[in-house]
Design a protein around this ligand. Structure first.
Ligand code: ADQ
Length: 413
């Protein structure tokens, strides 16, 4: 059999409202993650490591930093016809933005007409995981069905955030019912506390996908959503299969992260996913060289840890510190520090995530907080210590007590 031509589409046009204020000024897939990655790097690394050579990223919402990141980091152009290209909404079908993820594909059908692939892999851009799509494509082809949905078990309490899959009793690879974000999901027969959730990653026969989005475009009542409309359409035709991530075996994975997948759509889940990185035995291992997560290569000096002017050594433990940082007599624990940060004498940064170019002054405290890019913590200032004070200063504080300080904010003592 001749090898199939595979085309990758990354859906990256969502607003990410639940990640505010981190998405006030950037698209969700461009939100920094893990010190020197952006969320989209996980989806793109998985596709590239799986051997895909032609990939487009469909963007629309506040896409400037996302477009720039894709252009600077994912430079595959010219390598034997390979590319990762960011494609903004272009209003090819009238003067309107993408009404939903399926409309994004409908408005981008010119890309499929140009490439004429056999298979299209469609993925979301805001999850942390490793997955070999080559294995999923093989399972899709072997199934003979037109659509395959990647799935993973999740706690039933999260059912209203996901597409929930029910499989056929006789053939567990066939989807019988697909409910998008149901309020009253039923647990799995062998594990009532769990559901089988769609990961928002799909493999389609190209022709069937084109037909489906064209059909959907004619339906006025449709939300034009991949999960809400396109997948149920394939299911209603008895033509959708499921691919459980448990079947996927990524080179270099360990027992802990082989079945790891996190939707980082909320501040709390974003925070938790960072804590998974820094555990001494990480729940998600960034140091797997067999399946690298690629990121921006910039010219930065190494991180430096020095005594302060009084000879205090400070300490940094259970943390990730990106290139370009300068820590002087500071205490950093269970934290992720992005590039170009300065942390001064006696400052304490505990259980926190700090984006690029933050300046954390002497004697200050940053506790269970997320500091966006260019935040300045004045000497002696405190964040994440007094909830009322944080809310009074206009910071977002989640129910679980994580304080978020927006881009460029200066926090006074
Ligand atoms: P959600 O993540 O809630 O659920 P959605 O908001 O449509 O669905 O986002 C999916 C992807 O599409 C994201 O990467 C987003 O950036 C992108 N996207 C959203 N609107 C877009 C638009 N108008 N143009 C371009 N891209 C857009 C989905 C599925 C569920 C599944 C979860 C898994 O619908 O069935 O369980 O993902 O997290």
């Amino acid at each position: 059999m001749a090898p199939k031509k595979v085309f990758g589409i990354v859906l990256a046009g969502g607003e990410g409202k639940r990640l505010m204020p981190l998405t006030a000024d950037r698209a969700k897939p461009a939100v920094p993650f893990g010190g020197n990655f952006r969320l989209i790097d996980f989806a793109l690394s998985n596709l590239v490591n799986s051997g895909l050579q032609k990939i487009v990223v469909l963007t629309q919402y506040k896409s400037h930093s996302l477009d720039r990141h894709v252009a600077e980091t994912w430079r595959m152009e010219g390598l034997l016809g390979s590319y990762v290209a960011s494609v903004p909404a272009q209003q090819r079908l009238g003067k309107r933005w993408f009404a939903g993820s399926a409309d994004a594909i409908l408005q981008s059908l010119n890309l499929l007409r140009d490439e004429r692939p056999d298979i299209v892999v469609v993925v979301g851009a805001d999850h942390v995981y490793r997955m070999d799509f080559h294995q999923m494509i093989e399972a899709h082809i072997a199934s003979g069905r037109s659509a395959t949905v990647a799935a993973i078990r999740q706690p039933i309490g999260l059912a209203d955030q996901f597409g929930v899959i029910q499989v056929d009793q006789d053939d567990p690879t066939k989807i019988d019912a697909f409910l998008e974000k149901p309020k009253d999901a039923v647990g799995l027969a062998d594990s009532p506390g769990e559901i089988l959730a769609s990961m928002g990653n799909y493999v389609f026969d190209a022709d069937a996908l084109v037909d489906a989005v064209l059909r959907d475009g004619q339906i006025e009542t449709s939300n034009h959503d991949m999960g809400g409309d396109i997948v149920p359409d394939f299911v209603s035709r008895g033509d959708a299969g499921v691919y459980d991530l448990q079947r996927n075996d990524v080179p270099g994975s360990n027992e802990r992260d082989r079945y790891y997948w996190r939707d980082v759509g909320t501040i709390d889940s974003f925070f938790d996913a960072h804590m998974d990185l820094i555990a001494p035995v990480p729940v998600f291992n960034l140091y797997n060289q067999d399946w690298p997560i690629f990121n921006q290569q910039t010219n930065l000096p190494p991180a430096k840890f020095v005594r302060d002017a009084n000879g205090n050594t400070g300490s940094t433990v259970d943390s990730i510190v990106a290139l370009g940082c300068l820590l002087s007599g500071a205490q950093v624990e269970r934290s992720v520090i992005g590039p170009w940060c300065g942390i001064d004498s006696g400052a304490k940064v505990l259980d926190s995530i700090v984006f690029e170019r933050a300046s954390i002054g002497a004697g200050s405290i940053v506790n269970r907080a997320i500091l966006d890019k260019d935040v300045v913590i004045a000497p002696g200032a405190q964040v994440g210590v007094d909830r009322e004070a944080d809310e009074a200063r206009g910071f977002t504080v989640t129910e679980s007590g994580i304080t978020v300080v927006g881009k460029g904010v200066r926090v006074e003592a």
